[in-house]
Design a protein around this ligand. Structure first.
Ligand code: 1CP
Length: 369
């Protein structure tokens, strides 16, 4: 493959819109590409309809339904990337833990990890290729059904975020149980983080083998750590994942794909994150674009970071916010997104305004440059 040619494997339809991939690799783009975290979600009536009859994780295990849910937002909005419908908690499931999704409440582990001795309950030598085959099938099917319209993003939770769910047994405001492990059982914590890291590396490589054209790693609970613990319990594993995925892709003769790290609420570590081996750094909305850009320079592409709740504002206000955001980030080395996922009560028409303004305003700026 020639540099700058992202049309991809001949087995799949050639890629028509490579703007997202170009921005991710730091190449010049005519406009700012845009996608939204949780773009396949309950704010879409068609999503609610498709999901209505089935359990959440049964949906995750149905490649055809995952494919349909992934494509739904693209039928409505001219987004520049698709993200495969799945969940970060399929990894703890592959390790043998039971996880259910309680409607209106979120994920629930009936038997979370309480103490280091519980680590023996985790399955050893998990064959990700086999265990999570349903995700790879969903990716492959979606690559065909996308017809090359836009690239497909694969993803995984990062080790600390997954460890937090496995110990807390679900969402938590304080993460006190999981953080207790870090303070009381640092050796066991590292053991668990290492188990997860190895699995995540295989999982991400297999996603690329199946057809994912970019990868995002979600460290959604980075904000609970603070800089000292982030440096000890998150950053080394994030680095290891980026490094090993790239090495393994090379060893398998696969094309490299851009990797995105989204460590929510971790701008205390922004410089380190921007040097951790990822092409793109995702930002939550609590950092000013100008400040982020000054701190990381043009070494990486930035992604983000409109407050998802800004979608509750009237449309003209959304446009104003988007314009300011683009002007502050600049049109290059930038992928527009929200600073976190959308909520179910958001208006799809407001999402349309968000996407449209990113495109029109960034093109306008490029024209005048
Ligand atoms: O029935 C439903 O629709 C439940 C809502 C839902 C959805 C749409 C959950 C439950 N997961 C998903 C899909 C999902 N999850 C995607 C799909 C693609 C897309 O973005 O369009 C992705 C990328 C995720 C990743 C995910 N799951 C993260 C990381 C991103 C983030 O939000 O920080 C996390 C933390 C989860 C766990 C999870 N899954 C679901 C919920 C409600 C939660 C959060 C639980 C909590 O901490 O309270």
């Amino acid at each position: 493959m020639e540099q700058g040619d992202y049309s991809g494997s001949k087995a799949f339809p050639p890629l028509k819109n490579d703007t997202f991939l170009k921005a991710a690799w730091g190449e010049v783009t005519d406009y700012v590409p845009v996608w939204c975290m949780r773009q396949a979600g309950r704010y879409l009536p068609e999503f609610r309809e498709t999901r209505a009859t089935q359990d959440f994780f049964a949906t995750c295990r149905s490649p055809a339904i995952c494919c349909e849910l992934t494509l739904q937002p693209l039928r409505r909005f001219p987004l520049d990337a698709a993200i495969i419908f799945s969940d970060i908690l399929v990894i703890p499931q592959a390790l043998g833990m039971e996880v259910t999704m309680v409607p209106g409440k979120g994920p629930m582990f009936p038997e979370p990890l309480n103490e280091p001795a519980d680590l023996v309950k985790l399955r050893e030598n998990v064959d990700v290729t086999q265990e999570l085959a349903y995700v790879f099938q969903a990716i492959m099917l979606t690559r065909y059904k996308l017809k090359g319209e836009v690239p497909l993003i694969g993803f995984s939770g990062a080790p600390w975020t997954l460890m937090a769910y496995m110990i807390e047994g679900g969402g938590s405001n304080t993460m006190a149980k999981a953080k207790r492990w870090l303070y009381q059982y640092p050796v066991a914590s590292h053991k668990l983080l290492k188990i997860l890291t190895n699995l995540i590396i295989d999982y991400l490589v297999d996603q690329v083998t199946a057809g994912a054209q970019a990868l995002q790693v979600f460290e959604s609970h980075a904000g609970h750590l603070g800089s000292k613990q982030f440096n000890e319990f998150s950053l080394p594993y994030l680095r290891e994942i980026a490094h090993q995925v790239k090495e393994k892709l090379k060893a398998s003769g696969l094309d490299q794909v851009p990797m995105i790290v989204f460590a929510k609420d971790a701008h205390y570590a922004l410089e380190d994150i921007s040097e951790s081996g990822y092409e793109v750094v995702g930002l939550d909305w609590t950092i000013q674009p100008k400040v982020a850009r000054e701190r990381v320079g043009k070494k990486v592409t930035l992604q983000g970071n409109m407050d998802p709740c800004a979608l509750y504002a009237p449309k003209d206000k959304i446009s104003e916010t988007v314009k300011k955001m683009i002007e502050e980030f600049g049109t290059q080395r930038y992928i527009a997104n929200l600073g976190h996922g959308m909520y179910p009560d958001m208006d799809p028409e407001h999402v349309a305004t968000f996407v449209e303004t990113v495109h029109t305003h960034s093109r306008q700026i490029r024209k005048n440059e």
